[in-house]
Design a protein around this ligand. Structure first.
Ligand SMILES: N[C@@H](CCC(=O)N[C@@H](CS)C(=O)NCC(=O)O)C(=O)O
Length: 277
């Protein structure tokens, strides 16, 4: 693991690292915000943030304004990249497939399956790396935006004992029934649609038996709301299983990081409550 940048921020540190990923079979970069509390020798809980289409580790760290609140609450934030990277990694001309669009699933189909194993990277390899190299406790929560909201919700729903809480901004809530999800799942998981529902937040929530506290924020002026995001499907799924989902709709907000920055404080406070030892 190599440290490639360090910036002091709100008394803590924003740092970027590159490392070799065995799971993704390529070099990867991630960012971590370490709050000031780590300098006292304490361990801190970690929020994993999964970004959306076209993003890297940088979008959230540069645009969300999360550092001030994470510093106050004593929470580390880890922002991974959104796909495998490198010249030999398969890609597509579209912004919604290939690099920058890993969808947090393990691809089973060629040519994607050689590198696109983002589910295992986020659930297993990255937390093991973080927990071996930084002063973090075993408390983990997960959040994300859009494609990353889909990632956060599906990963928490599939691993309810690994995460204290889950949240999402503008998540792709029902990928098996929207163009972004159908395109990605066809390529990464194949034509056999029976394999798809296990990667769909609404399907998982409808059938959930173990609950992770969940909060979703959605702007109702989001340009992707009706065609791609489908929050009503998630609400219906939560109602069907009795899932403890708080979904808040906000007038006038769009899909951008201006929306995320407006409500990130509430999400960090939500996670901090659930990550208390
Ligand atoms: N076609 C659009 C869609 C991409 C998009 O909206 N990406 C969202 C996540 S789904 C994002 O966070 N973009 C980066 C940013 O705003 O910093 C574009 O390429 O601008």
């Amino acid at each position: 693991m190599e440290n490639i940048s360090s910036n002091k921020s709100f008394g803590g540190w924003h740092k970027q690292y590159s490392h070799r990923s065995a799971v993704l079979n390529c070099d990867m970069r991630f960012a971590i915000y370490l709050p000031p509390q780590v300098s006292t020798g304490d361990t801190v809980p970690v929020l994993y943030w999964l970004s959306g289409l076209t993003c890297t580790d940088e979008n959230f760290m540069q645009k969300s304004g999360a550092q001030a609140i994470a510093a106050e609450l004593g929470i580390a934030i880890v922002a991974p990249d959104t796909s495998p990277r490198g010249d030999d990694v398969a890609d597509d001309e579209g912004y919604d497939l290939g690099k920058g669009a890993g969808f947090y699933v393990n691809a089973t189909q060629a040519p994607w399956n050689r590198h696109y194993q983002m589910y295992d990277y986020i659930v297993e390899e990255l937390p093991a790396l973080i927990e071996a190299n930084f002063p973090v406790s075993g408390m983990r929560s997960i959040s994300g935006h859009s494609m990353g909201g889909h990632g956060a919700l599906t990963i928490a729903l599939k691993n309810p004992l690994r995460y204290q809480s889950v949240s999402a901004f503008s998540p792709i809530s029902n990928p098996i029934n929207c163009p972004w999800g159908q395109k990605a799942f066809t390529q990464y998981l194949g034509d056999d649609k029976s394999q798809w529902p296990q990667h769909d937040a609404s399907e998982l929530m409808r059938n959930a038996q173990q609950f992770v506290p969940a909060r979703v924020e959605q702007g109702n002026a989001d340009q992707f709301l009706e065609e791609q995001l489908k929050p009503d499907t998630l609400t219906a799924a939560a109602n069907a299983s009795g899932y403890p989902l708080e979904l808040n709709s906000h007038d006038g907000y769009d899909h951008s990081y201006y929306f995320i920055a407006s409500f990130i404080e509430e999400h960090l406070r939500f996670h901090a409550v659930h990550m208390q030892p």
